[in-house]
Each structure stands twice: as C-alpha cells, then as structure tokens.
Design a protein around this ligand. Structure first.
Ligand SMILES: Nc1ncnc2c1ncn2[C@@H]1O[C@H](COP(=O)(O)OP(=O)(O)O)[C@@H](O)[C@H]1O
Ligand SMILES: [Mg+2]
Length: 291
C-alpha cells in the first residue's frame, strides 16, 4: 500500500480500479462528461456531474470510461445505505503491530493522486455521508477527516462524478447536495444499432443470430416502456449461450435457430419474468411459421 504524509499523519492510499469496462455508442454522453470536467481558465473549476438513468443502462460503464479518457487513475466507490462519512474519507484500521493505521478511501486517494473518483449509486447514500463531501464539491476542494484530525486538499487534476439510479431506491437529497452534483446527465436506452454494438462488444463470442433476437427483445421492450435493460439482455444471451454449449449441440441451422430462441425464452423467465419470456415466445412462433 502506498503511503503519504499529511500534517505528520501517515495515510495509506487505496489502489485505483483497473477493470475492463468500455463504453460503446452514444459518444455524445462521453463528451458531456468530459466537458463538465474541463477547466477553461484560471479561476474556473471543474464540475461534478451526476449520471442519472434506469438500472442497467450503462451509468457505471460511462463514468469509468470517461475517467479513463483522462488517462488518470480511476477510483470507484460503491455507495450503500450503510456508507458512513468516514468510509468516504479516512478509516482507522488496527495494523499487525496493534497500532492504528489510517486508510484513505478511494475518494481521498483520488484527491491525492489527481485521479477520478466515482461514487457509484450515490442515491443509496444518506445525506449525512454526502454532507462530508460538501466542501470537496465546491470551490474549497478539500475534505476534513475527523478521525485522523487532518484537512486534505484535492490535487488540481482531481475529478468527481456520481451515478444515480432513476428509481425508488433514492434517498431524497437536499438542494445543497444536488446543486453540487451538476450537470445532470441523463442516460436513456440506446437505439437499435447502438444496442446491438453494445451486445456485441460485451459478448464477442456470441453469433449474430442470438444477438439479433436479444436486440429485438430489448427494442420492443423499450418501446413498451418495460424496465428491461441492456444488462438484462447481456445476462439472458450469456445464459442461453451457456445452455447451448452445455447441451453440446452442434445443430444444423433450422433446429439451432429454434433451440436458441427456446433457451432465450427460458433464460428470460429465469433472469427476468414471464412478461419478458412472452417476447421470446412470440419469436418462437414466428420461427415455426417460417418453416
Ligand atoms: N454503452 C455501453 N457500452 C458498453 N457496455 C454497456 C453500455 N451500456 C451498458 N453496457 C453494459 O451493460 C451492463 C450494465 O451496465 P452498467 O454500467 O453496469 O449499468 P448501470 O450502472 O446503469 O446499472 C454492463 O455489462 C455494461 O458492460
Ligand atoms: Mg451501476
């Protein structure tokens, strides 16, 4: 663990996240995040955007990808209902020698290294926890660690964003927090061709047929205002593919087509619900008609 010293207090830094998440399509959304982070003059400050959207539309992926575009280390912090202010800043840990060791959170590690901090699912976190970040998210750009008794200033390259689910799992955040998490960038369901690209990039080993079925399902569902997202589509395709391989089938085209649709239907009822599997049932009927 890397160590640094602030006011004679030794801090152990968290490591950045190195995950394979790459954003596909809707380039404009990446541009919107990067623009928010720009500093265009001496007295200018970067903004800290809030990425809002339904579960599974790609908020975390977009935040991470945008962070990576800056070629700075990216630190992800998963917010929960139980996140305490000190979890966001500095936590004391008992070391092997029985001494107290101060561990900097991913946010503080990003502040020190000039990296990007992403608070994922920030809507799950209480006002009390958000309040501890209030000075960081305005022109002061610092946090105070009560536990370690130090004030920590953000590196000029430090950038911040948060993702929030557009559903009922939200803590109602007060205006002073909302006003610091601007602009709000809304992520909607992608268009058909983009959704197909997303499926392809996440499932490069899948054949086109299965991806076409899944994108058809997703697009029809989006139109009907269902909540099913590309994440659900990826999970369904992934499981149906595993079923195909597990059953050891080297099927010839027509049989394989129907079997694929059947596995998709089964996967959709296991991963989602019967409403979802109805979409695939309709596809199976169409295949039967073709014959
Ligand atoms: N535009 C996109 N490009 C690449 N992958 C995407 C995109 N949108 C969604 N995904 C994929 O969908 C899944 C859900 O995305 P995620 O970022 O976790 O959604 P959210 O954070 O909104 O719940 C992930 O597997 C991700 O790889
Ligand atoms: Mg997410």
């Amino acid at each position: 663990m890397e160590k640094i010293s602030i006011d004679d207090v030794e801090l152990h830094l968290s490591a950045p996240d190195d995950v394979s998440m790459s954003w596909v399509g809707q380039e404009d959304l990446v541009t919107q995040v990067l623009a928010a982070w720009l500093v265009i003059g001496e007295d200018d400050l970067p903004l800290s955007p809030r990425l809002l959207g339904k579960p599974g539309v790609g908020k975390t992926t977009l935040a991470y990808h945008a962070g990576r575009c800056l070629t700075r280390p990216v630190y992800l912090f998963q917010a929960t209902m139980d996140t305490r202010p000190e979890d966001l800043i500095v936590t004391p840990v008992i070391s092997e020698q029985g001494k107290i060791k101060y561990v900097a959170s991913p946010v503080v590690s990003a502040m020190i290294k000039g990296g990007v901090a992403i608070i994922d699912e920030g809507n799950r976190m209480s006002e009390k926890s958000w309040a501890s970040l209030a000075p960081l998210l305005d022109s002061r750009r610092y946090v105070e660690s009560i536990v370690a008794g130090i004030k920590i200033k953000a590196h000029p390259d430090f950038r911040f964003c948060t993702t929030m689910n557009d559903d009922a799992s939200t803590f109602e955040l007060p205006e002073y927090i909302h006003s610091r998490l601007q602009p709000q960038i809304y992520i909607d369901f992608p268009e058909r061709d983009e959704e197909l690209l997303i499926l392809k990039s996440n499932l490069p080993f899948a054949d086109d047929e299965i991806l076409e079925y899944v994108v058809e399902f997703l697009q029809t569902a989006h139109e009907a205002n269902e909540r099913y997202s590309v994440r659900d589509g990826i999970n369904i395709a992934r499981y149906a593919l595993k079923r195909l391989v597990e059953s050891g089938e080297r099927l010839i085209s027509t049989d394989r087509k129907k079997r694929t649709a059947q596995y998709l239907k089964e996967a959709s009822s296991m991963i989602l619900d019967t409403t979802a599997s109805e979409y695939f049932k309709a596809m199976i009927n169409d295949i039967d008609k073709e014959k």
